[in-house]
Design a protein around this ligand. Structure first.
Ligand SMILES: Cc1cc2nc3c(=O)[nH]c(=O)nc-3n(C[C@H](O)[C@H](O)[C@H](O)COP(=O)(O)OP(=O)(O)OC[C@H]3O[C@@H](n4cnc5c(N)ncnc54)[C@H](O)[C@@H]3O)c2cc1C
Length: 434
């Protein structure tokens, strides 16, 4: 047993943990990061949002991300299952400057790069080391660790919990959840070779195809591989009584658009499943502990908001901790409440868009290319991840959501006539056949 003292313990070395550690180092905190896995390790969440670039710049890792050879992502495309309609979101047409592009990343590589950056900023990083329990003390926390060298104990004034969704590290605080606005959903996914891509810069776009019970993502993660996942309700999956792979193949076979995109696709990874991933903890901060990233909450991946929210919450949390540490005091009740509200306000912007996506009428409005009143650049900014609703964005977003609600009663936007099956089977102009 050894006892070492640091100012801050960051638990988890994903994007949230690395960003928190790099920020804490900017505030001069002696920081220890513990990560239970050996890196590189697989993670979902390969499509980044332009709004996250600012945080990557603030922590100084942006030049390394730019130089890493990730696939540039200039926009997002949304398709109807039968190929009868599509909406292209081009980030450079957003209302907010600086949101022109993001990257599609292989998370194993991206997360390693971020964690290495935290180390270069001066954080001590212990890999294959898990925090097995955490006890509150009068002036901070005592954490029990198990790593390659055995068990140890660390006493710290501050803890940032960045343990993600699948953490075994529970606490009373993490057990109390907000009521979920969404039904239980699951994702079945793999990596493929041979998925059809547009030629040129558009080939880096994320493609989202809406299906009867959910949707499908197609994310190009390098020149060959595309991450493809089907999201469905747990109820629909159970009712089908099929294995994940058979369910996946059935969903592809039932969608002319997916059949066209995946007709030459070959899986290069086993099919994997993750379920029930939408939740939000009620309180995200205590006097000396803050939850960040997925450890705080996560809604639904349609709009690729997870890594952005992980980075932005981690940055905010570590700045709060840095300031309170310098003042020699714990987080005040007001700071705790404001942090919780700020993170949920950002997540709530995506939550309303997610709810619109799953609603048949609102989806018709979302897909409308000719949406009036100059709403489009506002919506583009939000799809690019800009969740700070300044007035020009706020009014556009609220008019959009109002039109979505009205669409239920008056069909303001027309739904396209379903395309003939064989028309979507044709290669689209600009689409390279693999
Ligand atoms: C189906 C699906 C698709 C998604 N697609 C996208 C997408 O396209 N774009 C996007 O931005 N987001 C996406 N996400 C969300 C994204 O995966 C997460 O939001 C993101 O990974 C959160 O980062 P994090 O750092 O909070 O957690 P993680 O990346 O999960 O990192 C947490 C780390 O903590 C470590 N850890 C856990 N417990 C302990 C412990 N006790 N001790 C030490 N270490 C510990 C883990 O090993 C892990 O490395 C998707 C999610 C799902 C479910």
């Amino acid at each position: 047993m050894d006892t070492v003292e640091y100012d801050l313990l960051v638990i988890g070395g994903g994007p949230a943990g690395s960003c928190a550690a790099a920020t804490a180092r900017q505030h001069g905190l002696r920081t220890l990061v513990v990560e239970k896995c050996a890196f590189p390790r697989f993670r979902l969440g390969e499509s980044l949002l332009p709004a996250g670039n600012r945080v990557l710049q603030q922590i100084g890792v942006w030049p390394k991300v730019e130089a890493a050879g990730f696939v540039p992502k200039y926009g997002a495309e949304f398709h109807r299952s039968d190929g009868s309609g599509e909406k292209k979101v081009v980030f450079s047409r957003s209302l907010i400057p600086g949101l022109d592009r993001a990257f599609q990343v292989e998370r194993a590589k991206f997360d390693s790069l971020l964690l290495e950056h935290a180390r270069e900023c001066g954080a001590e990083v212990r890999m294959e080391t898990a925090v097995t329990s955490l006890e509150a003390t009068a002036d901070g926390h005592r954490a029990n660790l198990v790593g390659p060298a055995g068990a140890s104990t660390v006493r710290v004034p501050w803890v940032i919990d960045a343990t993600g969704r699948e953490s075994a590290l529970t606490s009373e605080q993490k057990r109390t959840l907000d009521p979920s606005p969404f039904p239980k959903r699951m994702a079945i996914y793999s990596h493929f070779h041979g998925v059809a891509r547009a030629a040129g810069p558009e080939g880096g776009n994320i493609l989202v195809v809406r299906l009867e019970h959910g949707w499908c993502w197609l994310i190009p993660i390098d020149a060959e591989r595309t991450s493809v996942g089907i999201v469905t309700s747990v109820q629909a999956f159970r009712a089908a009584g099929a294995s994940p792979q058979v369910y996946f193949e059935g969903a592809v076979a039932g969608s002319p658009k997916l059949r066209q995109l995946l007709r030459r696709a070959v899986p290069v990874l086993g099919f994997q499943v993750t379920s029930d991933y939408s939740y939000f903890r009620r309180d995200l901060a205590q006097e000396r502990l803050v939850l960040v990233g997925d450890a705080a909450g996560f809604f639904d991946p349609i709009f690729s908001s997870g890594v952005y929210l992980a980075l932005s919450s981690a940055r905010l949390a570590a700045e709060l901790v840095g300031r309170a540490h310098a003042a020699g005091r714990p987080l005040t009740a007001r700071e705790q409440r404001r942090y919780t509200r700020a993170v949920k306000r950002h997540a709530g912007v995506f939550q309303r868009l997610i709810a619109a996506f799953y609603d048949d009428d609102a989806f018709d409005v979302f897909m409308c290319e000719e949406i009036p009143w100059d709403l489009k650049p506002g919506l583009t900014s939000i799809v690019a991840g800009h969740a700070d609703l300044t007035w020009p964005l706020w009014w556009r977003y609220n008019v959009f959501l109002t039109v979505c609600r009205l669409q239920r009663y008056w069909k303001i936007v027309k739904r396209p006539v379903p395309a003939a099956e064989n028309s979507a089977d044709q290669a689209l102009p600009g689409q390279a056949a693999h």
